[in-house]
Ligand binder design. Structure first.
Ligand code: LLP
Length: 415
């Protein structure tokens, strides 16, 4: 589904014109489409028909509570990585009983919080964490539900910063030691072994590595069962990629098919933790051209969004499509560096974009729904952008633009 539709020279998300959003809420702002979010979720649901499966949206991709609430209403569970994300899920009306808690090191306070909330499972990533969780659960008189996140040593063939399933990664427990750790978990009185988890990386386009990882996980599950350690669920993580530029992206059902083939006929409930593929292409960053500057070698379009709003280009050299909103104007197309006002050479949103621009034009930076707002910062004391959800003809402000006074409200000077 294409997020932007252009009719009579006006760019719209669903039934709402982007210039109307800019006029009403100002720029920069994130704009999401309820229909696109719902459609992406529906693709997973359709792909999983006939399987005993749960979709746990990876909150880190976009944690706005309106988005969490939408997924909760659609029946989703959630994959969280902090106590903060758990609080958001609960505030958004999510069911803690459908929450899995990932992450390489949870604090004791987070363990307590999650135990008190009654989450479905802790995805434990080390021997120490296992012992700590057992101790925390004991002090609360509870048994903590656990899965081990295993590292299958499969190359996901993605950007090194977002590849997590290789031996060299900090994530998961090594396959070779997983069985031993399961025995330990099984023996600890305040743990309840319930599953296994595996997540090999993000923005994966080839379905084979995830299917191979699932195959390795199944071997482990079966050999544990032979010892009397029976798991109730298999969590296959997230990772399915989206189209940013010209990537060949399989439909959700086709991406999941090789994995589901390996899992056919299994008794265990299947868990998935998709993030990017549910929200990435359902959101854009709307920004206005402040200044056009023609340098000796480069033309710069300095816009009011920056790396603090969308860090992916600066951080991963990620490519996001940038389109001019609306037609018209008399400007000639030129190669532009699309940059923000921040004092860093790395503050760019796109290189060498061929656009016909005038100051005051609006630009839409596409595929920004995932890891956009969620990774934003206040660098240069810039208030975070507003977020707007479009629903048919309606636009809803789902996060107000931050006010400058809020940015230093928690600070104080020495007496
Ligand atoms: N489960 C676990 C344990 C994860 O670590 C992640 C993402 C997910 C699920 C969701 O993965 P997804 O379906 O979104 O690929 N900031 C980077 C992406 C970091 C991904 C971190 N983990 C980016 O902007 O590309």
């Amino acid at each position: 589904m294409n997020l932007l539709n252009n009719t009579n020279g006006v760019s719209r998300v669903e039934g709402v014109a982007l210039p109307a959003i800019a006029d009403h809420f100002g720029t920069p702002c994130y704009v999401y489409s309820r229909a696109a979010l719902t459609a992406a979720y529906a693709c997973y649901q359709a792909a999983l028909v006939g399987h005993n499966a749960r979709i746990c949206y990876a909150v880190k991709a976009n944690s706005n509570i309106a988005i969490l609430n939408l997924f909760a209403r659609l029946g989703a569970g959630f994959d969280i990585v902090s106590g903060g994300e758990l609080a958001r899920v609960i505030a958004a009306g999510g069911d803690p009983a459908k929450v899995v808690f990932s992450g390489v090191a949870k604090s004791r306070a987070e363990m307590q919080q999650a135990l008190a909330a009654g989450i479905h499972c802790f995805n434990v990533e080390s021997a120490s964490e296992l012992e700590q969780l057992n101790t925390v659960a004991a002090t609360m008189g509870q048994r903590a539900p656990v899965a081990l996140r295993v590292n299958p040593n499969v190359d996901p063939k993605t950007h090194p910063y977002i590849s997590t399933g290789l031996k060299t990664a900090k994530f998961g427990v090594a396959f070779a030691t997983a069985k031993e750790l399961y025995r330990r978990a099984h023996a600890l009185p305040n743990l309840e072994v319930c599953g296994i988890a595996c997540h090999i990386g993000s923005q994966l386009l080839d379905p084979q590595p995830a299917a191979d990882a699932a195959g390795k996980v199944l071997e482990l599950v079966d050999s544990l069962a032979a010892e009397g350690i029976v798991l109730e669920h298999i969590d296959l993580g997230g990772g399915m990629g989206i189209r940013y530029r010209d990537e060949v992206v399989l439909p959700t059902a086709d991406y999941l098919a090789p994995m589901l083939e390996r899992l056919a006929g299994r008794q265990e409930m299947l868990y998935f933790e998709p993030g990017r593929s549910l929200v990435g292409n359902a959101g854009l960053l709307l920004t206005r051209v402040e200044v056009l500057k023609h340098g000796e070698e480069k033309n710069f379009a300095i816009v009011d969004a920056a790396m603090n709003d969308l860090a992916r280009p600066a951080l991963y050299d990620a490519w996001h499509e940038i389109v001019k909103v609306g037609a018209g104007g008399t400007a000639q197309p030129l190669q532009y560096e699309i940059v923000g006002p921040i004092c860093e050479s790395g503050d760019f949103l796109g290189h060498d974009r061929n656009l016909a621009l005038a100051e005051g034009d609006l630009l839409a930076i596409l595929s920004a729904g995932a890891y956009g707002m969620a990774m934003s910062s206040n660098y240069n004391t810039r208030p975070r952008a507003a977020e707007i959800m479009v629903d048919g003809e309606q636009m809803h402000l789902i996060r107000r633009r931050e006010e400058i006074a809020q940015l230093f409200a928690l600070e104080s000077v020495l007496p």
